[in-house]
Write a protein that binds this ligand. Structure first.
Ligand SMILES: [Zn+2]
Length: 66
């Protein structure tokens, strides 16, 4: 199980990964992150839970140290 990094911008942990189902079968996963301040969100979809979580962690790491 991959732990999600906190967002470096808003420090929020309001990040959720949920499966997208099609006729009871999971065909993809969506990650949603909600900002506290600007009332927006980041969302993207991948083939697996690990994929969306790794992508989130990679992106947050990149932004944290830029
Ligand atoms: Zn954030």
């Amino acid at each position: 199980m991959i732990e999600l990094n906190p967002c470096p911008f808003c420090k929020s942990s309001e990040t959720y990964v949920s499966p997208n189902r099609c006729n009871a079968r999971i065909h993809s996963y969506s990650l949603n992150h909600y900002y506290d301040l600007i009332k927006g969100n980041i969302t993207f979809t991948g083939n697996s839970e690990e994929e969306v979580k790794s992508f989130w962690n990679y992106e947050m790491d990149k932004n944290a140290y830029d």
